[in-house]
Design a protein around this ligand. Structure first.
Ligand code: NAD
Ligand code: USQ
Length: 404
């Protein structure tokens, strides 16, 4: 029996849309281990993006079918699988009617900012896939599972980098002598991040109009790869993206350090964001499900544990490398994005803590293990995938063909 196994979630059915992805797979195993009845809904399009871009995860991931089979062998727990696209409403309707979820965790979107800025067709694809997919989920909840709690993954990037403190979803403003609590202003900086803004508005409206219960989790950048469940067997291993399109900052830096590539700091490196360990992602989802929003409530939590600038990350990875005898250098790459490189950043993140989140902070130990993990798989790294290739300014109407 896997450690941490319990029957805490017994009797609660959770549908995880995007359950074959990075956050989704870790969450599916975590909730299944806690006794929740889990179903994964996924179109497997993330695996196709890798094929199209000629890249692959650092880690050799098993097929979804084999992952679920291995989990059943080890834990005795069954995870149901529905393979299809949530933009196809008939498919989603079938999945809802057959599984009848009490909570839906929605991770199933195109989540790379660079991918959404490659060209017009990928920008349009991203917004269509994300916005229409989420609308379909809202309609499915309304029609087939009205009491179901929607736990939707948003992003801290919805807020941008305003020169005032960032609140959790809402800000109280006094204007011309009158006061109201209003949605916090959104200033996203890619067509991907904007898709999340549009989702947030659509969900808030559906909560009001149809009394749906929803939690919008504005998640920061996730790092790490192992969770207690994914570490149980090599067939349960999670994906770890390091390429210039899907790889995220700290994960990329650890892989770069492992293969002796200079760390790619974009521009001045003062870009500050919220970050969290993947073990905290799964905990946050568990907490959101266990403490559902009320009918008609649109709740927003900022889901991250610490703030770092890109330069901070380069510094900690360099120090961790030294300890392991790896020499790490950083370079300033011309910034391919349009974003502030020096700015004020102070984002609130107290609501998940109040529900009981016990954070895994970025410690030397974690960096050592992530770096060591990268070292183990470093022969799989394609050095040609490391430098960024997508320019925000150059996004054009001609589809970018990737030659590999
Ligand atoms: P991922 O790309 O690894 O996983 C997303 C999964 O959703 C994939 O398996 C993909 O096949 C599936 N999917 C996409 N569109 C679909 C559709 N129309 N129908 C069915 N399945 C579909 O991404 P991730 O890193 O696990 O991120 C999950 C969610 O969390 C995303 O919504 C992302 O925006 C959000 N998020 C991620 C991070 C991060 O650092 N990884 C940070 C903040 C927020
Ligand atoms: N950056 C570098 N060097 C790199 C990679 C990134 O300097 O090699 C910089 C970027 O310019 C940016 C910051 O690091 O300023 C974060 O970039 P990222 O690629 O790690 O994260 P981002 O594009 O914001 O997207 C990721 C996920 C996305 C999620 C988001 C959370 O891909 O799904 O929504 O993190 S957040 O950043 O809080 O909006």
């Amino acid at each position: 029996v896997p450690s941490g196994s319990s029957d805490k979630g017994k009797g609660t059915k959770v549908m995880i849309i995007g359950g074959d992805g990075y956050c989704g797979w870790a969450t599916a195993l975590h909730l299944s281990n806690l006794g929740y009845e889990v179903a994964i809904v996924d179109s497997l399009i993330r695996r196709l993006f890798d094929e199209q871009l000629g890249t692959q995860t650092l880690t050799p991931i098993a097929s979804l079918k084999n992952r679920v089979k291995k989990w059943k062998q080890l834990s005795g727990k069954q995870i149901s699988v529905y393979v299809g696209d949530i933009c196809d409403f008939e498919f989603l309707e079938d999945a809802f009617k057959s599984f009848d979820p009490q909570a839906v965790v929605h991770y199933g979107e195109q989540r790379s900012a660079p991918y959404s800025m490659m060209d017009r067709s990928r920008a349009v694809f991203t917004q269509h896939n994300n916005v229409i997919g989420t609308m379909n989920v809202l309609f499915a909840i309304k029609e087939f599972a009205n009491d179901c709690h929607l736990v939707k993954l948003g992003t801290m990037g919805e807020y941008g980098t305003p020169n005032i403190d960032i609140e959790e979803g809402f800000i109280t403003i006094t204007h011309n002598g009158r006061t109201d609590t209003l949605p916090y202003p959104k200033q996203a900086s890619s067509f991907y991040h904007l898709s999340k803004v549009h989702d947030s508005h659509n969900i808030a409206f559906a909560c009001k109009a149809w009394k749906i219960r929803a939690t919008d989790l504005n998640q920061g950048v996730v790092y790490g790869v192992s969770t207690p469940e994914t570490s149980l067997d090599v067939e349960l291993i999670n994906r770890l993206d390091y390429d210039g399109v899907f790889g995220t900052a700290l994960n990329r830096f650890c892989v770069q350090a492992a293969v002796g590539h200079p760390l790619t700091v974009y521009g001045k490196g003062g870009q500050t964001r919220g970050y969290l360990d993947i073990r905290d992602t799964v905990q946050c989802i568990e907490l959101a499900i266990a403490n559902p929003a009320k009918p008609g409530e649109f709740r927003v939590f900022n889901q991250f544990t610490e703030q770092f600038s890109v330069n901070d990350l380069a510094r900690v990875v360099t120090q961790a490398g030294e300890k392991l005898g790896i020499e790490v250098k950083a370079i300033n790459v011309p910034n391919p994005r349009v974003e502030a490189e020096e700015h004020y950043y102070n984002a609130k993140h107290t609501k998940l803590g109040e529900l009981g989140l016990q954070p895994h902070l970025l410690s030397d130990a974690l960096l050592d293990s992530l770096l060591n993990f990268a070292v183990i798989y470093k022969d799989r790294v394609d050095m040609a995938q490391i430098m960024p290739t997508v320019s925000w300014k150059k996004a054009g109407v001609k589809p970018v063909t990737v030659a590999t």
